[in-house]
Ligand binder design. Structure first.
Ligand code: NAD
Length: 256
């Protein structure tokens, strides 16, 4: 048997099918969220995306539907309780349940601690940390009742490192890593899996104007989407420890 045949046999022995699974991707209108939504649709999932800008969401929903998958877009701010409740209620009304949550929406801001305004600090924490908390809290009761579900949090390399001038963003991502572990421990007996992905530099709206960043040496949004699909399609009894670091081999920064 060739190596390829062995690989095919292994895959066909453990197929975790995403066909008709219901997924929510926050911040799904651009970048990593967009690529993830499209990858999920390609894998047969029904996809709901939420984000701030209707035009961005519409474009992704059109791509999802063009693949023959069901998709909806919902304008919402993940840091606002009522918006989150509306998103989850709309998805359950439309698709009946939530199987997969990808907490991807996020913003960044740099600055040394002595320069960070309270408003910036609060906004970062609200979107990068409160948002995943609100979304997770809203989907967990259904997942626990059905004893299945998968939550993936998009953190950052900054959630593992301590870069100077990155305290607000970095702290929000370190905290998100910790939050992921709490979700996992409280819900593991309910067959709910949790993964945290910590990407290095990815070319998206968030990073494209960074001075000294060589785009050709960065990750692509699709690289992260690919990892999301890998994690979602493992056999149910496999726990992959969090957080998972995905970086570039080459330093994407111009050395000074
Ligand atoms: P992006 O700016 O393209 O995507 C972020 C998305 O979140 C946008 O669509 C934005 O509209 C949405 N969003 C922002 N605030 C929101 C809110 N309050 N409510 C709902 N949606 C909101 O950038 P991206 O790189 O695709 O970022 C996705 C995630 O990846 C973020 O959590 C980010 O921290 C993380 N990340 C990015 C990089 C990178 O280099 N680009 C590296 C590591 C981690």
């Amino acid at each position: 048997m060739s190596e390829q045949e062995v690989g095919v046999q292994i895959l066909s022995r453990h197929p975790v099918d995403l066909e008709n699974k219901v997924a929510i991707v926050t911040g799904g209108g651009t970048g990593i969220g967009r690529a993830t939504a499209i990858a999920l649709a390609f894998a047969g999932a029904r996809v709901a995306i939420c984000g701030r800008r209707a035009d961005r969401l519409d474009e992704v929903v059109s791509s999802v539907r063009a693949m023959g998958a069901a998709g909806i877009g919902l304008v919402a701010d993940v840091s606002v309780d009522k918006d989150v409740e509306r998103v989850v209620r709309s998805v359950i009304d439309r698709f009946g349940r939530v199987d997969i949550l990808v907490n991807n929406a996020g913003i960044s801001a740099s600055g040394f601690i002595h320069e960070i305004t309270s408003e910036t600090w609060d906004r970062i924490m609200a979107i990068n940390l409160r948002g995943p908390f609100l979304m997770t809290r809203a989907v967990l009761p259904g997942m626990r009742e059905r004893r299945c579900g998968h939550i993936i949090n998009i953190s950052s390399e900054s959630g593992l490192e301590y870069y100077q001038g990155d305290a607000a963003y970095g702290t929000s991502k370190h905290a998100l890593n910790a939050f992921s572990e709490y979700i996992q421990r409280e819900n593991q007996d309910f067959n709910i899996r949790v993964n945290t992905i910590c990407p290095g530099m990815v070319v998206t709206e968030m990073s494209e104007n960074e001075v000294g960043l060589q785009h050709e040496k960065c990750l692509l949004p699709e690289d992260i989407a690919d990892l999301v699909i890998f994690l979602l399609t493992r056999r149910p009894n496999i726990k992959i420890g969090t957080p998972i670091l995905i970086q570039t081999m080459l330093n994407p920064w111009v050395s000074t």
